[in-house]
Design a protein around this ligand. Structure first.
Ligand code: ADP
Length: 307
């Protein structure tokens, strides 16, 4: 690659890497070292620069990817911590209410010297009601935490929509069968089967029915209807209750979102019910929507595509 030139006096060592005088015996002559192909140097320099640029770019990409990964982990950890704190705060607050009521009823009974049967029954019924409320709250809490930890395993199978509606209605029928409440169930004939986990889906419907009860003053009119739509089956829970403003209707499916102002009398929930319903509906690849008029009532509709 290297050429050795001996240059006579007056010749420029053009393109040479360097040149030296040839010595006293040849005054004016020079010995020069030059590259045979001057592009060799440029090409190898360019190759090296390119490799440095690639290595630099790769290092930047790796650092950015690691930073994003770390940020994502941190964000998830923070969200988890916040969720845990919210859960503890909300759930313990809501647990205290039915427990306090039960204690009060029991103490009143114990402090009454002469108990007549009617009062005792009334108090026992109230205690049973509070007990049920507590159980529901704990059930919801456990379902929620299982769903959140992705530990909830669904067992889907083709089910008749009428069976799902009946299973949910059976849970609430006795409670809703009181003066001041009309509860109706209407299921269309010949509905196609849907693919569902009957227990999970019942949990979703019972949550909607519970809400219909909680957010409706007397006289309550609560209806569960099941009807066929184009390529789905629609399960609707309708009430004539307080209804929802459009702004709230958009948010109620977020976990812990409650419309009632904080510290107002408890309704026996902690804002998890509808987020559970939404998770269950999503696992069924279904949709849920709410149509509501403030002061007139709400209708929650779950659509499941046919199996
Ligand atoms: P909560 O435990 O408070 O009932 P949910 O997630 O079930 O939690 O509901 C969230 C909020 O949505 C409730 O606090 C309530 O304000 C509103 N909501 C739910 N269902 C109804 C309904 N049928 N009518 C009016 N408001 C409702």
């Amino acid at each position: 690659e290297i050429r050795l030139d001996i240059l006579p006096p007056g010749h420029d060592p053009e393109g040479a890497l360097f040149s030296l005088p040839a010595g006293d015996t040849m005054p004016g002559w020079r010995v020069a070292l030059a590259l045979r192909d001057p592009r060799t140097f440029a090409a190898s320099t360019a190759a090296r620069v390119t490799s440095y640029v690639w290595a630099g770019a790769l290092a930047i990409v790796v650092v950015v990817a690691l930073a994003l990964l770390a940020w994502d982990l941190l964000r998830r950890q923070l969200a988890l911590t916040r969720l845990r704190n919210d859960l503890v705060a909300n759930v313990t607050h809501e647990l205290k209410t039915p427990l306090a009521s039960m204690r009060l009823f029991v103490e009143t009974l114990l402090d009454t010297p002469e108990l007549d049967e009617r009062t005792t029954r009334e108090y026992l019924a109230l205690i049973a009601q509070e007990n049920l409320r507590l159980s529901r709250l704990i059930d919801n809490f456990l379902t929620f935490s299982r769903i959140e930890r992705e530990k909830y395993s669904y067992a889907f199978r083709p089910v008749a929509p009428a069976a799902l509606a009946e299973q949910a209605a059976a849970v609430v029928r006795e409670r809703f069968h009181v003066p001041g409440c009309t509860f109706t169930v209407a299921v269309d004939d010949d509905l196609p089967a849907v693919s569902a986990d009957p227990d999970a889906f019942t949990t979703a419907l019972v949550n909607l029915l519970d809400n219909a009860w909680k957010y409706t003053g007397e006289p309550k009119e609560i209806a569960l209807t099941v009807a066929a739509t184009d390529d789905a089956v629609a399960f609707a829970v309708r009430d004539n209750g307080v209804g929802l403003a459009p702004r709230d209707a958009r948010r109620i499916f977020q976990r812990f979102y409650q419309v009632r102002p904080q510290h107002s009398p408890s309704t026996g929930g902690c804002g998890l019910g509808l987020s559970i319903v939404q998770s269950i509906v999503a696992a069924h690849r279904g949709t849920i929507r709410v149509d509501s008029v403030p002061g007139r009532g709400s209708t929650f509709t779950i659509c499941l595509s046919t199996a």
